[in-house]
Write a new protein. Structure first.
Length: 155
């Protein structure tokens, strides 16, 4: 599926992964693995860092993956010299348990407007089974204008 909204696919994955240093994403093992003009994909281990007590993937970890990959993707479709995309809302449906290995979150845009963006994040296990579907809404905030925390992110 291609979209009319194009991500900046020239950004090296190493540069994106460097932004996770010292963050929750690094702590739970999220790493970006693929970037095209149409989507950004990240993976996360299903292990002691992301399990719930029943030794299956915690739904909160799925949401952390969805917001991490969706937020980064949202910042790759806007003019990063003027705007930063910040999360407004996220929801998810957990469809299938993941027990081990990795899950992969793929973020694709539904809508990129002047003030908001809506993203779909599909989370699949290593066999390609859909484990979670998420929708993320982002706000495009003008840097040095609308909010004190809106600062330029060096991607």
């Amino acid at each position: 599926m291609t979209t009319k909204y194009k991500l900046d696919a020239t950004t090296p994955l190493e540069q994106l992964n460097a932004l996770n240093k010292g963050t929750m994403a690094e702590h739970i093992g999220i790493e970006y693995v693929e970037l095209t003009e149409d989507y950004l994909k990240a993976r996360m281990p299903v292990d002691h860092r992301t399990w719930q007590p029943l030794k299956m993937l915690n739904g909160g970890a799925s949401l952390a993956l969805a917001e991490t990959v969706g937020s980064m993707a949202a910042n790759l479709v806007i003019d990063r010299n003027e705007y930063v995309a910040l999360g407004l809302d996220i929801n998810a449906n957990h469809l299938k348990a993941a027990m081990t290995g990795y899950v992969y979150g793929t973020a694709r845009p539904y809508h990129v407007g002047k003030s908001t963006q809506v993203w779909e994040i599909r989370i699949e296990d290593e066999e390609g089974n859909l484990t979670c579907i998420s929708r993320l809404t982002m706000s495009n905030v003008k840097i040095n204008g609308e909010a004190k925390y809106a600062r330029k992110v060096e991607i």
